[in-house]
Design a binder for this molecule. Sequence first.
Ligand SMILES: NC(=O)c1ccc[n+]([C@@H]2O[C@H](COP(=O)([O-])OP(=O)(O)OC[C@H]3O[C@@H](n4cnc5c(N)ncnc54)[C@H](OP(=O)(O)O)[C@@H]3O)[C@@H](O)[C@H]2O)c1
Length: 374
Amino acid sequence: MVDRRRFITTASLAAAAAMANARGANGKGTTRRSGTPDRSRVWRIGTPPSIANLQLVMRDTPTPAADEVLVRVAASSINARDRGIVAGFFPIGANKASIPLSEGAGEVIAVGANVSRIKVGDRVASCHFPRWVTGRWSPDVYENDIGNTLDGWLGEKVILPESGIVVLPKEISYESAATLASSGVTAWHALFEIARLRPGQTVLTLGTGGVSTIGLQLAKAAGARVVVTSSRDDKIARMRELGADVGVNYRTTPAWGDRVRELTGGVDVVLENVGRPTLDESMNACAPGATIVMIGTGPLPKELPKMPGFYQKNLWLKAISNGSRQMFEDLLGGMVTMKIQPVIERRFAFDEAIAAFREMEAGDHVGKVLIRHG
Ligand SMILES: NC(=O)c1ccc[n+]([C@@H]2O[C@H](COP(=O)([O-])OP(=O)(O)OC[C@H]3O[C@@H](n4cnc5c(N)ncnc54)[C@H](OP(=O)(O)O)[C@@H]3O)[C@@H](O)[C@H]2O)c1
């Protein structure tokens, strides 16, 4: 069901704007004049949901509630799951958000009455689980999931909960920051929180998409040897330019796990960016004691996984769901010191969002597909 809470009437917006002006220039509320409600555009998920049915609409810009901020969006980017949400086939919590996208970045232009950690003018991004600030994962955080159960970033001005907001270091551009909340935080969580990667270890990262590419960059910067797999030799060549040490084409080498083990002696960490369909080959690629982090949500294959070497090699298999705000802040610090620039394959204008989703659907990208809102 669509959350219509955001689409307030012109009359109530004007009243809110008048109240905000009455509060004075203290950084709270909006700076609009009474009676002249601000209007801005958003892309809404259509009915029935499909990429072709995305709707570009003008609305009265909402006023943030007490614990929310209003952000003028500079850039956003698309993840595999966003495509599923827009097209109506993402299994968890879908069809509650009206505005898609869990990754973006921009400038705070108004804050709610109870907001104290964030101020107008801050350059920000947001976690996609704003209730997961620190500590261990709890499935409850799914109830608040930006771009899935809560409205997301695909608007000129969007409302976000303060609890998920991270302030960007000056060294991180809006475009870089807009690629991180999903892919970057997930790769950071997997490599450094779960696998506790050490220099000299070997990391296998599957595919050449958003998670795999930032995973490669982070692992290389941390001193690891990195192996990638792809369906295309040209994509493997791109990943080598980005620092990959070994590449194996999983189309032309169906037993790619064995091949990776032959070439490397076995990997210590796997970023399993596909999921259950590729688990057996990932296990074949592993050295004894390796950690496989389940990131991809691919379906259970018809033939059940045999999990080769799971017991014999004492493998560790761990699923993760994105990461906490603390992990996002740690990632941003790491990006500054490691001097990492995320890989952005193509940039689309805000009006071209449908073409950007089609680009993701085509699967020709290495890294990220970005939307510029300015
Ligand atoms: N658990 C989490 O918190 C979390 C967070 C973010 C994403 N994810 C999941 O992680 C996956 C990747 O997301 P993304 O945003 O990076 O997607 P993406 O940019 O669309 O990339 C998808 C990649 O999957 C690769 N691929 C497909 N089948 C493959 C196979 N059999 N072997 C190896 N690679 C294969 C493709 O590689 P080639 O084109 O090179 O062949 C492509 O690069 C998705 O399933 C997504 O839902 C999970």
